[in-house]
Design a protein around this ligand. Structure first.
Ligand code: HDD
Length: 750
């Protein structure tokens, strides 16, 4: 197939680049960083920006036409200046009354430098504080033209996008791999205005009404007295809330499933969660749910991997995203919609489409692809772009409108409101990352951080002084027109529709749709998290909720907690499982996955180059791991046994059986009383054993086979040997298509 071939070509072309990305500096090594620059004692040309970055798109109605630079570039000139452009002679010493005297108040440079520094931080997001962003392109397929007039969905239409992925609970500096929901927010810079699709990697939400958002977040964030635990739901207040507030049970089981610990941002599905209303050129409407489907499939970490990574590489997801993009393995998603008729009841197959705690199984309403997104550029400046990007559900374009989902309605207020504090005023849309690519002609004026120099004298309507401009647009000029939905005459109440009262049937549907391995992981996750609670009453209350989901789930978690399993208090619903919810059982492309290759510098290195090329040709990233840095043959070592760890790789190949360091041997022999036969470095054995526990494919050839014996994994499922590196990799590649060697997980439930 053509796209696959094209992708392969790109990856092959990027092969050398991939080695740049994952290669630490080895002076003179092929593919390594250039030799160090001279000591910076005199002005010289600045380094060019990284090729894949360039300058961010910052088109604006007031700058682009004049050709004037629209962004400030850091460190682009030779000489240091003040913020006003005056060249400076010294920035290392404050102005003092003599070398030993106090600093003078007149030191304007000191004051400017320190004052600016003192104000460098802005408040982190109240939720989703930890995140990573990337630029890309969305291409419409034209398949949605019947149901929406949104121009960016037209066939072949390309629209720049910026995506920010995030965790919900942790602070800005928290670890990436915690168990949590992930944010998946996309800004489409369309010709008809900016459209923000602010979704998550889970299709349901904890609450049905936005007024409860502060409650769930207060419960899930760290305890107010000790401010622990960070970025976790494994604590009393979270479980107190969700056990008392049973509409949260559906989202909670998603969090306890493998979806709560994604392998990578690149392997996450995305969901708009709410039902949206689309409007076509004739004014006809349908209701839809948005889905992002990752080309690489939906994959997760194991819980042990996630925990190890929290310490070993807290930036794992960030690094993975940037490395993949900069290596040319550009992540891709298809955007799809589930389409429902826009009936007055706003239900489909008995499911209330306004209830954000409900899904519509894909088997009932298939996801129809309407476009493709490729992320191809990392941010130039994290703060300017990823931190300052401001999403808002009210950023809609003609052809896409809202529904009365009470969570959606409340979000329409919250997102602009929060930016006022976070970004310091109402002009955040003028920040480069937030500037629309469509011409802006509003009547908003003044306010903090006003960047625009507005002409004219009449920012009001009607006016005669500015020629009557701006005029309202009509249908012909692609105006956004609110769909004139009829609102039923009803008393003003603080209440939900009765259909919102069903809190369990879809939780059961999710549970019954899981494979045995996934069920086992869910049981362990509940057991772990509830096991971290101090209050017995909270554990017992959550067990009562589990009893209403499924007796097996409840009994297994109760056993783990050492508590009796309660009886259900509600009848168990008869549901039809949705196989589309399971992550297990399908085959996926391996693009951008990492294959660790353990090499022994003193061993037989024949075929290593061929193997490395085969890994590149498969679109994957080889990572050479050896006892110490430097070269192995003519290839640079990328990780040592000290800097590498199993959690970084998706599969492990053993090209040798590295011996332990001599001092370790001496110590061991002294203990044992006599030297033993050719042992393997214990760090390599640990790597193999971890890969085995995490159900990763393992392959060995030649001396590498000895490692399998000593690690105690030889001959077990997903552990292969062959005559050459390339043949071993072929077998390992087949195993990787299934993501993991699922047979290795014990599954006590069916
Ligand atoms: Fe929210 C941020 C997703 C419900 C209030 N939300 C935020 C982000 C994502 C989501 C991905 C991060 C955006 C970024 O990267 O900058 N939020 C969701 C989803 C929800 C949801 C999928 C339910 C379906 N959110 C929700 C409710 C409220 C908020 C009900 C309030 C009533 N969310 C916010 C916020 C944030 C935010 C306080 C914090 C930072 C920001 O908006 O810009 O306004």
């Amino acid at each position: 197939n053509k796209p696959a071939q094209a992708a392969k070509a790109v990856v092959e072309a990027a092969a050398e680049k991939i080695s740049d990305v994952v290669t630490p500096d080895v002076p003179g090594a092929p593919g390594s960083a250039p030799p160090p620059l001279e000591e910076p004692t005199k002005p010289h040309d600045p380094l060019p920006p990284k090729k894949e970055q360039g300058a961010p798109e910052t088109r604006t109605p007031t700058g682009a036409e004049t050709g004037a630079p629209t962004t400030a570039n850091g460190q682009q000139g030779a000489y240091l200046t003040t913020s006003q452009g005056a060249r400076l002679r010294d920035t290392d010493h404050s102005l003092k009354a003599g070398p030993r005297g106090p600093i003078l108040l007149q030191d304007h440079h000191f004051r400017e430098k320190i004052t600016h520094f003192d104000h460098e931080r802005i408040p982190e997001r109240v939720v989703h504080a930890r995140g990573a962003g990337a630029h890309g392109v969305f291409t419409g397929y034209g398949t949605a033209e019947d149901v929406t007039r949104a121009g960016f969905l037209a066939k072949g239409k390309e629209t720049p996008v910026f995506v920010r992925f995030s965790t919900v609970l942790g602070s800005r500096g928290s670890a990436d791999t915690v168990r949590d929901t992930r944010g998946f927010a996309t800004k489409f810079y369309t010709d008809e205005g900016t459209f923000d699709l602010v979704g998550n990697n889970m299709p349901v939400f904890f609450i049905q009404d936005a007024i409860k958002f502060p409650d769930i977040i207060h419960a899930a964030k760290p305890h107010p007295d000790r401010e622990i635990p960070q970025a976790q739901s494994a604590h009393d207040t979270f479980w107190d809330f969700v056990s008392l507030h049973t509409e949260a049970q559906h989202h909670t089981i998603w969090n306890m499933s493998d979806r709560g610990i994604p392998r990578s941002y690149r392997t996450m599905e995305g969901f708009g969660v709410h039902t949206f209303r689309l409007v076509n050129a004739a004014g006809g409407t349908v209701l839809v749910k948005f889905h992002w489907k990752p080309k690489l499939g939906v994959h997760s970490l194991t819980w042990e991997e996630a925990q190890l990574l929290g310490g070993l590489d807290p930036d794992f997801h960030r690094r993975d995203l940037y490395d993949a993009i900069e290596a040319g393995a550009h992540p891709e998603w298809e955007l799809g919609i589930q389409v429902f008729p826009d009936t007055p009841e706003e239900t489909f197959a008995g499911i209330d489409l306004l209830d954000p705690t409900k899904i519509v199984p894909e088997e009932l309403a298939p996801v129809q692809p309407i476009g493709k997104m490729v992320l191809n550029r990392t941010p130039t400046n994290f703060f300017a772009e990823t931190e300052q990007v401001a999403f808002h559900l009210g950023h809609l374009v003609p052809g896409i409108d809202v529904t009365n989902d009470p969570l959606f309605q409340g979000r329409l207020f919250s997102y602009v409101d929060t930016q006022l504090t976070r970004l310091g005023g109402p002009n955040f849309s003028q920040l480069p990352i937030n500037r629309p690519h469509a011409p802006v002609n509003d009547m908003l004026r003044d306010g903090f951080h006003q960047d625009a120099v507005h002409g004219g004298v009449a920012p009001y309507r009607p006016n005669s002084l500015d020629g009557g401009n701006p005029f309202p647009a009509g249908d012909a000029e692609h105006a956004f027109v609110d769909v004139p939905v009829t609102v039923a005459e009803a008393p003003k109440v603080r209440a939900n529709p009765a259909s919102f009262d069903d809190h369990y049937s879809q939780v059961r549907l999710f549970w019954l749709s899981m494979s045995p391995v996934e069920k086992e992981h869910i049981i362990r996750a509940y057991t772990f998290e509830l096991g971290k609670c101090y209050h017995q009453a909270i554990k017992e209350r959550q067990l009562r909720a589990l009893a209403n989901i499924d007796p097996v789930l409840c009994a297994e978690v109760a056993t783990g907690l050492g508590l009796p399993a309660p009886e259900p208090t509600l009848p168990l619903t008869d549901v039809t499982p949705s196989p589309a919810l399971s992550q297990v059982g399908r085959e996926w492309p391996g693009d951008g996955r990492t294959v660790g290759i353990v090499v022994d510098a003193d061993g037989d290195l024949d075929g290593l180059g061929t193997l490395r090329r085969a890994v590149f040709a498969a679109g994957m990233v080889p990572l050479l791991i050896a006892a110490h840095g430097g070269m192995v043959g003519d290839l640079p070592v990328q990780r040592t046994f000290a800097t590498g760890r199993s959690v970084e790789v998706d599969a492990l190949l053993l090209a040798g059986a590295p011996a332990p360091a001599p001092d370790a041997l001496v110590a061991r022999d002294a203990k044992a009383g006599s030297p033993q036969a050719t042992p393997v470095d214990p760090r390599v054995l640990l790597m193999v054993q971890e890969c085995w526990r995490h159900a990763k494919a393992i392959g060995a050839w030649g001396a590498g086979a000895r490692v399998l014996e000593q690690a105690g994994v030889a001959g077990s499922a997903g552990v292969v040997t062959a005559d050459s590196g390339a043949d071993t990799f072929t077998a390992v590649q087949q195993l990787m298509a299934l993501h993991r060697v699922w047979d290795r997980f014990p599954a006590s439930v069916s």
